[in-house]
Design a protein around this ligand. Structure first.
Ligand code: KG4
Ligand code: ZN
Length: 380
């Protein structure tokens, strides 16, 4: 089964070709540079960029896989969740191709795509991934934080999710105040490496709640307050703390005393970053532990866990998960492109949906496909 996948759910335009669950090509055009001045994704800009890029990206995906559109046996398209006007661009293109070349369509939930990103193989069918269902999927990205029970292929239950900001979003917001650019997650991780994670004790928001939901806005606010207190007080140059990293380059030109202050500020930033990272990841660990306890209590034996989405690249998170859940097999996506939004994960999800007969071949069914911007995994 050769599948063309398309994803335009947020700020990446992506197309991919897979043979079953083997990825033959995976082309992603990131729009990060378009949105970075706004510190987040601007839907109307995303839509326009998708429209400009989509034909070229699909062509590239086909060329890289050495396949022609006529070889493709089905088109897997993300119909939600995501930005409505961005999703529409990909859906329109998928319908156009389906009608023109007489191909069936497999509508895909973007979060289901993230689940399958950890089960995707390369063009040679590697790695061999052994897993047993049901399993747990932890989805941590810029837009989502979800703990999901995957009972079977296509059968999901959301056990817990964030009530406000997503984990990646909180890294981005804290990092923005510290002038780390966008997206700030990877920069914050790097800076945190030289900090002491026990300097500040930050709240773990849902620590005492009985449910499995998470929350990041309180942690973000507490971190912002520390930034204000620590750097605002230290910076005697009359610069706002929000410019603290810029202040560092300014201080480069200053005298020995100021050199000392520069060291202090970068030290404090590293300590704040490390403390924030620790608290933010501890919350996920805590809720995943609780989820596993509850499932065990229900007689559900979990042996395998998927961790996917942009934040799953964080090495500190991986180390913690490896240590705390050493008795589980943990599956991460096996290539960099599979972590962030990409169409290969959509196409691989498409393959498993095809095996479950969730494929639309009739013209009237295809015409009726519509975007579902708030489509939840448990509503599949
Ligand atoms: O999966 P993704 O592209 O976002 C959504 O689909 O929503 O992931 C991007 C997010 C950003 O918030 C980024 O800051 C975060 O993942 N991220 C990280 C790291 N790498 C990417 N966060 C923490 N540590 C990292 N190493
Ligand atoms: Zn995503």
């Amino acid at each position: 089964m050769l599948i063309l996948g398309i994803d335009t759910s947020c700020d990446d335009t992506s197309a991919a070709v897979v043979y079953k669950d083997n990825v033959l090509s995976n082309i992603i055009s990131s729009q990060v540079h378009v949105h970075k001045d706004w510190g987040g994704v601007v839907p109307s800009l995303a839509k326009r960029k998708h429209e400009e890029l989509i034909d070229h990206i699909i062509e590239l995906a086909l060329t890289r896989s050495r396949k022609k559109i006529t070889d493709v046996e089905a088109i897997a398209i993300t119909i939600g969740p995501g930005l409505a006007i961005a999703l529409e661009v990909g859906i329109k293109k998928a319908k156009e191709l389906a009608l023109l070349y007489n191909k069936p369509i497999i509508p895909i939930n973007h979060m289901e795509g993230h689940v399958y990103s950890a089960l995707a193989k390369n063009s040679k069918g590697k790695p061999d991934i052994e897993y047993q269902l049901p399993m747990l999927a932890v989805l941590v990205s810029g837009g989502h934080t979800e703990i999901v029970l995957m009972r079977n292929h296509g059968e999901y239950e959301i056990l817990g999710q964030t009530l406000d900001d997503a984990i990646g979003e909180s890294f981005d917001k804290v990092g923005r105040i510290l002038n780390m650019g966008y997206p700030a997650g990877p920069v914050l991780e790097k800076i945190a490496e030289s900090g002491d994670e026990n300097t500040y004790s930050l709240p773990i928001p849902m620590q005492h709640s009985k449910d499995l939901n998470l929350s990041y806005s309180g942690l973000k606010t507490a971190t912002m307050r520390i930034i204000n207190e620590e750097i605002g007080a230290l910076n005697s140059f009359g610069m706002k703390f929000a410019k603290s990293l810029k202040a560092l380059s300014y201080l480069d030109k200053q005298t020995h005393n100021q050199e000392l202050e520069k060291k202090n500020i970068s030290h404090i930033i590293a300590n704040i970053s490390a403390s924030f990272q620790k608290a933010s990841i501890e919350q996920v660990i805590l809720k995943v532990s609780q989820a596993l306890d509850i499932l065990r209590g229900q007689g559900i034996d979990i042996q395998d866990m998927i961790i996917a989405g942009g934040v799953a690249q964080n090495k500190y998170l991986r180390k913690k998960f490896r240590r705390v859940f050493s008795y589980l097999r943990i599956h991460y996506p096996t290539s960099k492109k599979l972590f962030t939004d990409n169409a290969a994960m959509i196409a691989v999800a498409g393959y498993f949906n095809y095996l479950n007969n969730k494929i639309l071949t009739k013209l009237d069914e295809i015409n009726k496909i519509d975007r579902l911007p708030n489509w939840k995994l448990n509503e599949i």
